[in-house]
Design a binder for this molecule. Structure first.
Ligand code: ZN
Length: 532
């Protein structure tokens, strides 16, 4: 196999032999130990969500607390800092500029700085404040009373400002950039705004046109009742068909679906089943599988095991993988022309509703577009507007241009302007998400970045694999998976998201591909004459 070519899941042959400089070798060893401890914590976390009996909760908290302390100690040890500094001195000398090793050192520096730049006092205050704030948020949401939560949001925002100051605001940038670096390294608030602004205008226009459309789209087929066991069996079948390696992963049931890439050869997905609306579990499973395929495709084995090079780039890129399988594959006509006969077969006696259903019925039903209040229930067309509202508000809160007390008013005004909705109360308004109570500021935009990256990658993939739609309609997903393995997964964290996007698609990130996708699809479903 030629150098630099992916050799299947979990394996990647670097174009050069791994560097053997003693500092680099020792650094990798220490970082790998931290990563192994992290994988133990992930396993404990997965078990807690899936099979642990309720009685184990106190002991588990103790186990996790002790382990978290050990991980933090190891992660922040001075030895790692010294070795990173020594290796940085070698870049351009014994470590080639632009090499995978140089990228690895850059990422180890980032991780080390994130772990060490916050003083213990701030870390402790953060932990106590966010834990109380999330409790207060729960009560405030139940009562739909923002005033109850406001003082806590104020405290959390103050801590976020302190955190950003400790991380260091990049030259010419803003505090928000320092927080973004935790989730989406390398991108700035201004860069996000430049992509989001045209996206918002076009999306808002599209949604208004959909709202005026006279076309009726029936979603009746989605309320067919399908028992959880039949849904689970079909979910497993879809995972297998799409190339998720069941020998190196599994699918279980939890309240909140997630994917945990625990260790090399061990990627676990979860989903949840409702008696009706079988597509919730189906798309939930495909979404997590997209994350899971990324985890299975990362170069976790070999010389870079346990180092940043074996890890994922960012939340945005991770989400691009899940959204691609969920929305670009799963909500396509081609997917349904393959899946419908299998649905009939798997759902057996429960498949009555699907007997006379046509591919077009399913395609239209899963592509409706209706503005709604709750982000996590939003459809593909309206989802990103929910995200943009949060991005605009949290950025303004952090810069101080928006006062906490004014959040509900601004929130409601934006829902009216972008989605045409009158928010009835704070529970369905600015109190709906848990993120701010945990201090997760800078996290929201990664959801939309994921959709944008997915759309831009999807256009490129369709140029490279010209018969992809025909393949999908035959249930042949191998070429798509192989392309993602080779062009995205195999690089691990070698490139930053923006760099990988340009390298793979030839262009910087733009709102155009996602808008072409949505305008094309919704234009068809709703018969919009002026679909651009
Ligand atoms: Zn996701």
């Amino acid at each position: 196999m030629p150098p630099g070519v992916a050799c299947g899941v979990g394996g990647f042959l670097p174009s050069t032999m791994p560097n053997t400089h003693p500092s680099y070798v020792e650094l990798c060893k220490l970082v790998r130990e931290v990563s192994t401890l992290g994988s133990i914590a992930s396993l404990l976390g997965w078990d807690q969500e899936t099979y642990m009996p309720a009685g184990g909760v106190d002991a588990r908290a103790e186990q996790q607390g002790l382990l978290a302390g050990i991980i933090h100690e190891r992660k922040t040890q001075k030895k790692i800092g010294d070795l990173i500094a020594a290796c940085e001195g070698e870049v351009g000398r014994s470590i080639e500029n632009g090499s995978p090793e140089a990228a690895n050192i850059r990422e180890m520096r980032r991780d080390y700085d994130l772990a060490t730049k916050l003083p213990t006092s701030l870390v402790q205050e953060w932990a106590t404040t966010t834990s109380k704030a999330s409790e207060e948020w729960k009560h405030a949401r139940e009562k739909s009373d923002f005033k109850k939560f406001a003082p806590w949001l104020g405290k959390v925002m103050d801590l976020c400002k302190q955190k950003a100051a400790c991380y260091g605001v990049p030259k010419g940038g803003e505090a928000y950039d320092a927080l973004l670096n935790e989730y989406e390294p390398g991108i700035t608030a201004v860069e996000i705004e430049q992509v989001f602004t045209p996206l918002r205008a076009r999306l808002s226009d599209l949604i208004h046109r959909v709202a005026k459309s006279k076309a009726k789209v029936s979603t009746k087929i989605l309320s067919a009742k399908v028992p959880a066991e039949a849904q689970h069996a079909f979910g497993q079948f879809v995972l297998g068909a799409m190339g998720f390696d069941m020998n190196a992963g599994r699918l279980d049931t939890t309240t909140h679906p997630f994917c945990s890439g625990i260790a090399p050869g061990d990627t676990r997905l979860t989903t949840r089943y409702r008696g009706e609306k079988f597509t919730d579990a189906l798309y939930g499973t495909m979404h997590e599988m997209g994350h899971g395929l990324y985890e299975q495709g990362l170069p976790k084995k070999g010389p870079n095991a346990g180092t940043p090079l074996a890890g994922d780039i960012s939340l945005g890129i991770h989400e691009s993988q899940s959204r691609m399988w969920e929305n670009f594959v799963g909500r396509s006509r081609e997917f349904w022309s393959w899946a419908l006969p299998h649905v009939r077969k798997h759902y057996g006696p429960h498949a009555k509703a699907f007997k006379s259903a046509k591919v077009e019925d399913l395609y239209r039903a899963v592509n409706t577009c209706t503005p709604s209040f709750i982000r996590v229930e939003a459809d593909e067309g309206t989802y990103n507007l929910h995200v943009m509202i949060r991005f605009e508000i949290e950025r303004a809160l952090l810069s101080g241009s928006l006062a906490v007390k004014d959040v509900p008013g601004v929130w409601n005004a934006k829902y009216k302007e972008y989605l045409g909705l009158k928010v009835p109360d704070d529970r369905r308004g600015c109190l709906q998400d848990v993120h701010w109570s945990f201090g997760l500021v800078g996290y929201f935009p990664t959801y939309t970045l994921g959709n944008l990256y997915a759309a831009q990658l999807w256009e490129t993939i369709n140029k490279k694999i010209k018969d992809l739609p025909a393949r999908i309609s035959k249930g042949d997903f191998a070429a798509l998976k192989k392309w993602l393995n080779t062009n995205i997964h195999a690089h691990g964290r070698r490139y930053r998201a923006a760099e990988l996007c340009e390298k793979v698609t030839g262009k910087p990130l733009s709102a155009d591909p996602l808008m072409r996708h949505l305008e094309g699809k919704l234009g068809g479903v709703y018969g919009l004459a002026s679909a651009r």
